[in-house]
Design a protein around this ligand. Structure first.
Ligand code: BGP
Length: 468
């Protein structure tokens, strides 16, 4: 089988991870510009000041994407480039950059898939309480509106937020991302709610203003599976899926929160502050979501937590080390002897990917799905000057095959975006952890070079994955 004609083969990036030009052309500070400069926060204190200089080299990069036959490019818009202070005056130079980027994509017949928020919050808003402050929600809606009006004539695919679970949990539970707060469980749930409301209001505005095209949200897809059939571990699985998946997907796709989590949070006094109006906007916008974006890298294997430990959750903390407890101490994620892991200890499982998509279909029906990220973080071997990233090819091949099976089994997957199109800054792992089809030589003026996977993906796209 060939993948359907309108299925989009793409690859992704995010503004802070590729652009650089952190203080050029009127851009304001983002929370990451500030956070990454606090000593010890990132691997070898790397930051995105220059990143891979996509801001200046986007033409060269898009030409390479075109050469690969890429059908769609998912990138994000840096909010502080458009509104240096988060709100107030628009920075025309910021709009100009994204106008150019979009036009360059279209020139090469590459469909731009735009993420509005991929974590680089204007620092001015972070200082006023960030996502805990509901004024950030209003500011986001204004930013979204500006993007719809400025780019909506050419952009037909919009993602409001990337991975709320990560920026909220790493921001407020583990402190690994800005604003670097640890253990604020109530704050964590409040920020997730505020983000869902911001999403819903942006979706409503998009539809009310008659913009054409599709709008949705991208979530981490980290389905939990019990390590065995023991009742207590099955319970851990149910609990993990409720808190890590249903809490995030239900308000978007069903327009209401999962009862199990609401009850649990109420008992502990952790339920976010929510108004009737907010609950209402979630309810009425649920049917307006055109798709859900899934970022899938690995599943979680869970079991009952038998220690007294309670620790912050989230993938950064839970897959790297065996036996990490969840934030509420009910379950823990474990590494299993019979599973395969990356160098960063993320499990590789196309089977769990497919099983997880079926779990979603069972709960949410035929909602359209885009795989908005999937890929292998690795240290690529260089042999005689060639970047031989065979493990990446194998990883993507396995997962694309799972997508193909999903489509054959009636799951509505409309596109696949590998993470990432080019080697870029890994938030906490610097430039060491590579994901791209295109290599960037940091010892040679950031020169670009095609990897083995570049040629492989080109062939996959050209044949519409017929041979997978
Ligand atoms: C996702 C993010 C991406 C990217 C990816 C890989 O959570 O949306 O921006 O960073 O994970 O993560 P890492 O760089 O930590 O390996």
């Amino acid at each position: 089988m060939k993948m359907p004609k309108d299925f989009l083969f793409g690859a992704a990036s995010a503004s802070y991870q590729v652009e650089g030009a952190w203080n050029e052309d009127g851009k304001g500070l983002s929370n990451w510009d500030v956070f990454s400069k606090i000593p010890g926060k990132t691997f070898e204190n790397t930051n995105g000041d220059v990143a891979v200089d996509h801001y200046h080299r986007y033409k060269e990069d898009i030409a390479l994407m075109a050469e690969m036959g890429l059908e769609s490019y998912r990138f994000s818009i840096s909010w502080p480039r458009i509104f240096p202070n988060g709100t107030g005056e628009v920075n025309e130079k910021g709009l100009e950059f994204y106008n150019n980027l979009i036009d360059e994509c279209l020139k090469h017949d590459i469909v731009p898939f735009v993420t509005l928020y991929h974590w680089d919050l204007p620092q001015a808003l972070e200082e006023k309480g960030g996502w805990k402050n509901k004024e950030t929600v209003d500011a986001f809606v204004r930013f979204a509106d500006t993007c719809f009006q400025s780019f909506g004539d050419r952009v037909n695919h919009w993602i409001t937020f990337n991975e709320a679970v990560i920026f909220c949990s790493l921001g407020y539970l583990t402190g690994a991302h800005p604003p670097g707060i640890e253990g604020d469980v109530k704050g964590y749930f409040q920020t997730t709610h505020n983000v869902f409301v911001a999403h819903a209001r942006a979706v409503e505005l998009f539809k009310q203003n008659g913009h054409t095209g599709e709008i949705g949200i991208t979530h981490v897809f980290n389905p939990a599976f019990s390590i065995d059939d023991a009742e207590e571990n099955k319970f851990a699985e149910m609990h993990a899926n409720a808190y890590a998946t249903h809490w995030f997907y239900d308000p978007i796709l069903k327009g209401e929160y999962p009862e199990y989590v609401v009850n649990g949070l109420s008992e502990q006094g952790l339920l976010p502050e929510m108004t009737e109006e907010e609950l209402d906007v979630l309810k009425r916008t649920a049917p307006m979501n055109d798709f859900i974006g899934l970022n899938y890298y690995s599943p979680q294997r869970v079991m009952k937590n038998d220690s007294a430990l309670v620790m912050a959750g989230g993938r950064e903390n839970s897959t790297g080390r065996p036996g990490n407890p969840s934030f509420d101490g009910v379950y823990k994620t474990v590494k299993m002897d019979d599973k395969v892991y990356t160098k960063w200890d993320w499990e590789i499982s196309p089977e769990a990917f497919l099983a997880g998509m079926h779990m979603l279909k069972d709960r949410y029906g035929d909602v359209k799905i885009y795989i908005t990220e999937n890929g292998l973080g690795d240290v690529d071997p260089i042999v005689d000057g060639e970047i031989m990233d065979t493990p990446r090819i194998e990883y993507i091949e396995g997962h694309l095959r799972a997508v193909k099976h999903a489509v054959q089994q009636g799951i509505n997957v409309a596109g696949y975006y590998a993470w990432s199109v080019i080697d870029l800054l890994s938030w906490l792992n610097g430039y060491k952890k590579q994901y791209g089809f295109i290599y960037v030589d940091h010892n040679n003026g950031l020169a670009r070079k095609k990897k083995q996977s570049f040629h492989w993906y080109k062939e996959i796209i050209a044949t519409r994955a017929e041979d997978l």
